[in-house]
Design a binder for this molecule. Sequence first.
Ligand SMILES: [Zn+2]
Length: 523
Amino acid sequence: MIRSVLYARVSSKEQEQEGFSIPSQLKLLNDYALKNGLKIAREFKDIETAKQAGRENFNLMVDFLRKHPDIKTILCEKTDRLYRNFRDYVTIDDLDLGIHLVKEGEVLSKDSKSHQKFIHGIKVLMAKNYIDNLSEETSKGMLEKAEQGIYPSGAPLGYKNVETKAQGKTMRALELDDLKAPILKQVFLKYAAGEGSIEVLVKWAFEQGLRNRGGGLVGKAALHKILHNRVYCGLFQWKLKVYQGVHPPLISKELFDGVQKRFEDKNRPRKAKKHFAYSGLIFCGKCGCSITAEIKKGKYIYYHCTEYHGKCATPWIKEEALDIQFAQMISQIRIDADLLEPIKEALLSSHKDEFEFHQRSISALLAQRTRLEHRGHQIYKDKLDDKITEDFYNRLREECEQELNQIKDKIARHEEADNNYLQQGVRILELCNKLQSLYLQQTPLERGKLLRHVLQNCVLNDATLCPKWRKPFDLMAKGLSRSNWLPREGSNLGHCGYFLTPITWRVGLSLRHDPTNDFRRRV
Ligand SMILES: [Zn+2]
């Protein structure tokens, strides 16, 4: 019997909806295991709440699988149950497992065809989108708090969180920490008065007994941040906006401004840090250090090894030279229009159960609509026949219309929900096709941003960039040929044993995969 693990997850939103519950997932997966001769070594379940989005059991499962290398199979209901982001995806991918996505009827492994992996990658992208929406919901709650003047994050050093009751609700609020607050106040005073640098104040505060949450020294960077934090004078910043807090201030606004002024005076002679388009994206192929940029002669941007591990032979390279190489790289990501349809179909079939659910709901709603329309006609007739009064007719008609509008809304929502899933996937695919023209229209800084979406990083070997793509762009950049996309029906050249793969099926422009080259050589 093949040993495997089982993973089930439900989010806070879904708990209220039918069919998403943990027991129903467990039942489905256990039935599947029984039918397919799989033995469940352990079950892992994550139940997310509005407060906690952590995935403790997902991490426990990963640990468990690392400790038991004989277990190579994982059972899960669907793609969006298993991964919440690309990090999860890469983690699972590294474990080299067979993944059974039971509801999608898909079994994935290292040996899967690249089109299968590709569709899987697209689904992971879509699952991520879903999570983004969810986190947006949470930040909405945070914003509401901020608007009421309640500091939305954990207590900063010098404060502690206390629970208070307001209007029958329990609220978290900030209160000054009797031990740390007076020391920090002195730090502000001393810094504003010019009594010592940050280094000196770090030492002084430590001697006075100031410790961080871990019981250690409050270092230079932490103290620097504290001295810049408005929260200590009763304000706070949330999402680029400054709010007046309801918490007690540690220092006056004047003192805070005095501290900021000293920082400004200190920093004035220095130039602002310049951001470069590709910094942080490239690593040195010779020594593994990161590649950094600087301006020469006031206008030329050069990239070079940081030489953090000592002298390095990788030559300096101009930004223009990198521009050309990155643009070439981006041009590799392309999906032929002919491939869009089969991919859409594959996405749709993986989405069959939701699709059927929406279809059922829509037909029920349509029946209801017909009934209501019929009733509308009936009351109109009754009015004409003088069976009902004008007033009564108007009231009935209004009720009827209201109900009808609600139903129309519901139908539209179902249709939208259904389309959204598909459109997300299709949008990703279409974006890939537009990538190159989008890229060329951008400013260098924006190009860098776009690159970070599709590239994990790049290695600079002498003057040549070698990309490490993010999934699933790696598959697109490699080039999917029809031969690993669909069975080669009709393409066999019979007795001579050659086969042709039409160019139209190619994804990408990689020459290595050009089947016409292949064919000519063989002929
Ligand atoms: Zn180097």
